[in-house]
Design a protein around this ligand. Structure first.
Ligand code: AMP
Ligand code: ZN
Length: 488
């Protein structure tokens, strides 16, 4: 097995050869969702990116302990330790228990992950299930002199920490610049410094989720939860920590400070950050009405797109960009991905049928080693996909009599393609997805109908539309002049 894996470490800003701290498993921690809302497609991109990482590490033969938490308390509306708890706010507005909110959105999250064929983590700890570990961790940080109590809350002392460590080393921020950009204590006079962040917050009387602690009845800070849960299950130092790019600061920066000050060692060896998914060129954001839920795409019920898409096509679309690049979700791009998905599976199907010869005209070994080279280069899925298409081209050439393959090589190529398509990329063949042949046929029919309409030959254009309708295919003329179709 080729284990020459390079990972881009966001902390050092370079690609580094991957070496696991030898504990008998690779420790992988990924920040999970705050369960107060349905996960949108952008969130899913990050979780799919780390599913690819988990799958490839396993493919390389590593035993992986994959931990992805559920944030069910402590994530306040503002990063500056102000505002309501996101879950408590939703519970208040809907007049239900916070745990009903947690339950509803955790179930939705799991269902969505399943639709995208994401593997379950080995451990999925919740923040509310680890209050004792969080209190212990805070005590350790206080004992080591990096946190202080004020009015029942406990804050991390950023200035003190920065004297002996570099706060901001992950996100490349300097403490002086951060100070200049923070105007005042924003009503939080308990803090010694505006950059200090809460490890424990004293709860007000009306606060819904609270627990006793040595300092007050209160609740833990969001950053602390991930430190406590990752340490508990992966140790004081572990291999890989991942999350979306927007978690780099302050969330992950604070995790480094907490772990280092509690245990006198850097908690994480490789930091990985997945880049953002945009929708039609703009940041995906609920408040700007520019976000889409997976379910809206699966059903086709949304204002952005004229037809529905299968989760596997969406997953394949995501694989066509490197996890560190931004990716824009548009109608043209997802339609192209649908065609590509079909071409890939048609190629794999054709490989089963092609005749073998005495020898291969192309080196199958080189084709397969290119699959590994792509993934070993910081999980470069788009290059892997391009290399899989090179294999499809070769298969088509064999079928056309322009190339040949030995029976031994055919077995090898078949195994490698299936391994990379199903186990590494995590794709499934879905018979419901239109085949590329139907795609090409529909292109011709839609074109003929367009011509008939241009010629004002309404009888023919109606005949085509009605005939398709009878066959279970709906065609729709869109505002932009294009015609789309869907089959049910
Ligand atoms: P949250 O529940 O808000 O903490 O988000 C869950 C995960 O989704 C985090 O790792 C975020 O960084 C990530 N995320 C949020 N928005 C996007 C986006 N537009 N594209 C990709 N990942 C995102
Ligand atoms: Zn986290």
């Amino acid at each position: 097995m080729n284990k020459n894996l390079q990972i881009y470490n966001s902390h050092s800003g370079k690609k580094e050869s991957f070496e696991s701290i030898n504990k008998g498993f690779v420790g992988l921690y990924v920040c999970g969702p705050t369960v107060y809302n349905y996960v949108h497609l952008g969130n899913c991109r990050t979780f799919i990116s780390f599913d690819l990482v988990y799958r490839y590490l396993q493919h390389l033969g590593y035993k992986v302990r994959y931990v992805r938490n559920i944030t069910d308390v402590g994530h306040l509306e503002s990063d500056a330790d102000t505002g309501e708890d996101k879950i408590a706010k939703k519970a208040r507005l809907e007049e239900v228990e916070p745990m009903e909110i947690v339950q509803q959105y955790t179930i939705n999250f799991h269902e969505t992950m399943k639709r995208f064929n994401n593997l379950s983590p080995n451990i999925e700890p919740t923040a509310t299930g680890h209050i004792l570990e969080q209190i212990d961790l805070i005590q350790k940080i206080i004992t080591n002199g990096f946190a202080y109590e004020a009015e029942g809350s406990v804050y991390f002392d950023v200035n003190k920490y920065n004297k002996s460590h570099a706060y901001g080393s992950l996100s490349g921020r300097k403490i002086e610049d951060l100070m200049n950009n923070t105007r005042d204590l924003d009503g939080q006079q308990e803090k010694r410094n505006p950059l200090d962040f809460a490890l424990w917050k004293k709860a007000s009387k009306e606060h819904l989720m609270k627990w006793p602690s040595p300092w007050s009845i209160g609740f833990p800070g969001w950053h602390l939860e991930c430190s406590a849960m990752s340490t508990k299950y992966l140790g004081e130092s572990f291999d890989i920590h991942g999350g979306g790019m927007d978690l780099k600061f302050p969330h992950h920066e604070c995790e480094i400070a907490q772990g280092t000050s509690a245990n006198c060692k850097d908690p994480v060896n490789y930091w990985m950050h997945a880049n953002m998914l945009t929708l039609n060129g703009k940041k995906m954001s609920k408040s700007a009405d520019n976000s889409i839920l997976p379910e809206e795409l699966f059903t086709g019920k949304n204002k952005h797109f004229s037809k529905s898409y299968n989760p596997m096509v969406i997953r394949f679309f995501m694989m066509q960009a490197h996890y560190r690049s931004t990716l824009d979700f548009t109608e043209d791009a997802i339609n192209a991905a649908e065609k590509g998905y079909n071409r890939l599976f048609d190629g794999l199907e054709l490989l089963q049928k092609v005749k073998t010869s005495d020898k291969s005209s192309e080196s199958v070994e080189i084709l397969i080693s290119a699959f590994y080279a792509a993934m070993n280069d910081d999980f470069n899925a788009p290059i892997l996909v391009a290399n899989l298409f090179n294999a499809v081209k070769f298969i088509n050439h064999i079928n056309d009599g322009k190339a040949s393959i030995s029976s031994q090589d055919k077995i090898q190529l078949d195994k490698a393609m299936k391994d990379f398509i199903f186990n590494v990329l995590g794709l499934k063949q879905d018979t419901e997805i239109k085949s590329s042949k139907l795609d090409s046929l529909m292109d011709i029919i839609v074109d003929l109908r367009k011509q008939a309409r241009e010629d004002k030959n309404w009888a023919t254009s109606d005949k085509i539309r009605d005939g398709l309708q009878k066959a279970g295919i709906q065609i729709k003329d869109n505002k932009d002049g294009k015609t789309s179709w869907s089959s049910h």
